[in-house]
Design a protein around this ligand. Structure first.
Ligand SMILES: Cc1cc2nc3c(=O)[nH]c(=O)nc-3n(C[C@H](O)[C@H](O)[C@H](O)COP(=O)(O)OP(=O)(O)OC[C@H]3O[C@@H](n4cnc5c(N)ncnc54)[C@H](O)[C@@H]3O)c2cc1C
Length: 345
């Protein structure tokens, strides 16, 4: 069985950052294993390319240049390089450099194109079972990502979030004359709604639970940095939700008396109600594994990073949020890696 010092499970933005930062900290490249079934920059690179970002180009560039081992100074020219630092962009503009960096890192570490299926700790080493067999590792970082949540309305045809956020995929669906329910009032909702209204649906009903929340740049911190609307989604929401509702859009509070009847009138549903962590590789020895939101520790030598294991931070006015985004994953690793390097199995 191959033996490693560190194994990173997942090659989305969080896994890429974890591998880069381990190399930057002097962990020998030959002692790092990296596991992912695709190595295509995770959901970021495979599902969300057509989505408008809520963070600026500058923050993406900060992430891309934060690790020496990314070799980004030697990268070819990307469309992202031509964009104004304060603008937002399409996530696809960031996915291309991420895929390039993935290639650079794969040259440096042992990249295993497979899925991790099990985790156990014996004799001071983790065994990571994969579809290609097992490896052992002193330490494991899980960066497995999250999946969109949905609700239980089985009579509605679900439009996957991936399609609702991608005008090309949406155009392929037979929505002519249909009534489409959109649950939620998140960044994803404010992208799905205009996408649907640009198509042939007869009516779109947005089911919501409360007022919208907007991010506010306060200079050295941002109010509602992780849960507030930003960029194009915020602009659209101010104009069309908190402004004047477009003709084919109706809104309905889920606690209102109209809710059951309006719901019955719908043919399709889009659920933009958040994300839940992807199941981690099975660890029967431990039962359900929980992470510590303050430092990402799951067990001795087992750590979590990325959208599945976000940092929890309280802003200067006392409001707490889970921090999700590329720059935030990098900030998190810069803070916790010195600790993780000392908290081995
Ligand atoms: C609508 C929307 C807008 C967004 N806007 C922004 C933005 O403006 N700015 C920003 O920074 N980010 C944005 N994001 C992206 C956000 O940061 C994502 O949450 C990010 O892609 C999460 O990265 P991750 O590496 O944690 O997970 P993922 O990208 O999901 O990657 C996880 C990887 O782990 C692999 N994996 C899972 N389980 C296993 C296993 N058992 N074995 C091996 N591999 C495994 C998966 O195949 C995948 O490749 C947005 C996302 C959405 C949906």
């Amino acid at each position: 069985m191959s033996e490693y010092g560190w194994t990173v499970v997942g090659a989305g933005p969080a896994g890429i950052a974890a591998v880069g930062k381990l190399l930057d900290r002097g962990v020998p490249s030959g002692s790092i294993a990296w596991i992912d079934p695709e190595f295509a920059a995770g959901d970021f690179g495979t599902k969300w390319r057509a989505v408008h970002s809520n963070t600026s180009v500058k923050l993406f560039i900060n992430y891309l240049t934060d690790a020496q081992s990314f070799r980004f100074a030697h990268a070819p020219h990307f469309a992202l390089n031509d964009l104004a630092p304060t603008d937002t962009c399409l996530l696809g503009d960031v996915a291309d450099p991420l895929v390039w960096i993935t290639g650079q890192l794969r040259e440096q570490v042992s990249a295993l194109r497979t899925t991790a299926t099990g985790l156990s700790l014996h004799g001071g080493r983790w065994t990571v079972e994969t579809e290609m067999g097992g490896i052992t590792s002193k330490n494991v970082i899980l960066a497995v990502g999250s999946v969109p949540k949905n609700l239980d309305y089985p009579w509605l045809n679900e439009i996957p979030l991936e399609a609702a956020l991608n005008p090309e995929k949406l155009a392929a669906l037979p929505l002519e004359g249909a009534t489409v329910a959109v649950f939620g009032a998140s960044h994803s909702s404010m992208i799905a709604l205009p996408n649907l209204l640009a198509g042939p649906a007869a009516k779109v009903i947005n089911f919501y639970r409360g007022p919208l929340r907007y991010a506010v740049d306060m200079g050295d911190w941002t109010l509602f940095d992780d849960t507030g609307l930003k960029g194009e989604a915020a602009r659209w929401a101010r104009e069309n939700i908190d402004g004047v509702l477009p003709a084919r859009l109706q809104r309905c509070l889920v606690d209102s008396r109209e809710f059951p009847e309006l719901l019955q009138s719908c043919d399709y549903a889009v659920y933009t109600v958040g994300f839940s962590p992807r199941p981690v590789p099975a660890a029967p020895q431990w039962g359900k594994l929980e992470y510590n939101p303050a430092n990402g520790i799951i067990a001795p030598g087992l750590f979590g990073v990325g959208i599945a294991f976000p940092e929890y931070r309280i802003d200067p006015m006392g409001f707490g949020e889970h921090r999700v985004g590329l720059q935030k994953f990098m900030d998190r690793l810069n803070k916790v890696l010195p600790l993780w390097l000392k908290y081995g199995s």
